[in-house]
Design a protein around this ligand. Sequence first.
Ligand code: BG6
Length: 507
Amino acid sequence: MSSSNPLRDPADRRLPRIAGPSGLVIFGVTGDLSRKKLMPAVYDLANRGLLPPGFSLVGFARREWANEDFAQEVHDAVKEHARTPFREEVWQQLVQGMRFVQGTFDDDDAFERLRSTIDELDKAQGTGGNFAFYLSVPPSAFPVVIKQLKKHRLAEQSNGSWRRAVIEKPFGHDLKSAEELNSVVHEVFAPDQVFRIDHYLGKETVQNILALRFANQMFEPIWNRSFVDHVQITMAEDIGIGGRAGYYDGIGAARDVIQNHLLQLMALTAMEEPASFDADALAAEKTKVLGAVKLPKDLGRSTVRGQYAEGWQGGEQAVGYLQEDGIDPKSKTDTYAAIKVEVDNRRWAGVPFYLRTGKRLGRRVTEIAVVFQRAPHSPFDHTATEELGQNAIVIRVQPDEGITVRFGSKVPGTSMEIRDVSMDFAYGESFTESSPEAYERLILDVLLGDSNLFPRTEEVELSWKILDPIEEYWDKHGKPAQYPAGTWGPVEADEMLEADGRSWRRP
Ligand code: BG6
């Protein structure tokens, strides 16, 4: 083979990135996330040939399971939720490395058993001492698990092996608790051993924000306050809280989604071009954006929270939040939140960023709409442009992944009439490759030690700094506004934009 053969060029990013010898330990393995996302993602990675042959998966939980019971649980989860077809030979190989450790988080014996399980896997499966510990557990359990990992020397990296901690959101409840958590984590793990999950960063369409902006010439010159009127970032869900009352009540939409997913989307949309595409450079630029966020003075007019009441969704009747199982009927938890912020720097000064999220809204959609100012002068009659909206570039994160550019065009005919049209890029039409699921991408990155897509300590803390005053304001002032399930949120949210002479998109 010649040296130009891409198979020989280690710098070629198109090569499949295959993890080296390693294993994954999941704490909280009986939870929903583990069954719906983590186990299927591990199988899909194995099925696509991206895991090493001796890859091992260890479950840690209270259940009285033997290895076989755990393997059966993984099997069922994979059959139900994996994206790729079930192949017996892949499964048979994967199952060789599955182990279960029974115990509670404060059980020293269980952590000793975990240590010997890892030693045994190193010998039987060739995992080389390389293990990632995935904490898919409530935040209150983070400190005890992290401390146990230290106490039982599971975080130690010896003889060239690695140990990594993967931490699910929510990372804290506010700035103070996030700082406390960070100090616990960093007492045990060095910063490059810690991977904080924000699964939105694992989405293909989210990574494409950077490709759109920085691999092209035509967007970046207009991506600033001279041309942009405002930016709207929406993450709408049609589902309610399902069986997650215990997690959700007291947390609410702003902490659950705005603090992490939406502020990360905003940071990627607003940041300057990084010097390179490596983790430090990306984090530095995102951190600058989050550090430049300014909240309007009047939080009463620039934030809205809501709670879904009963209504109709997709032809079915949906109960209100307060009637959901396990919810305190007096709960003030927000299931909808909309906020307006500014990024106070030279590029964005004066451009509002409106962020909104909610459950039981009209439909499931996540998008970033960059809405442009109107042309400064129009040579056409007022009547010609009556139906013309503002130009917009819309990044359709999900579903129907793609990008839409909206602009005005002459309506065919003998008179001059201009109306909005759109030009679409759809992943499904332009590419034959399918997008990996976010958790597949992120688990693989953890095993590879690639931290580009994981928010850093500073980003998490700055995001709480943005949200804390809003949550404090809400705590002191009234209750969430009600909105019927299946609608687009409380009228107060519409009024918030109307007061600025704008309106929400109806995606
Ligand atoms: C999670 C939130 O982070 O994201 C959930 O905790 C939400 O409340 C979920 O439903 C949505 O993720 P996705 O990938 O389905 O948009």
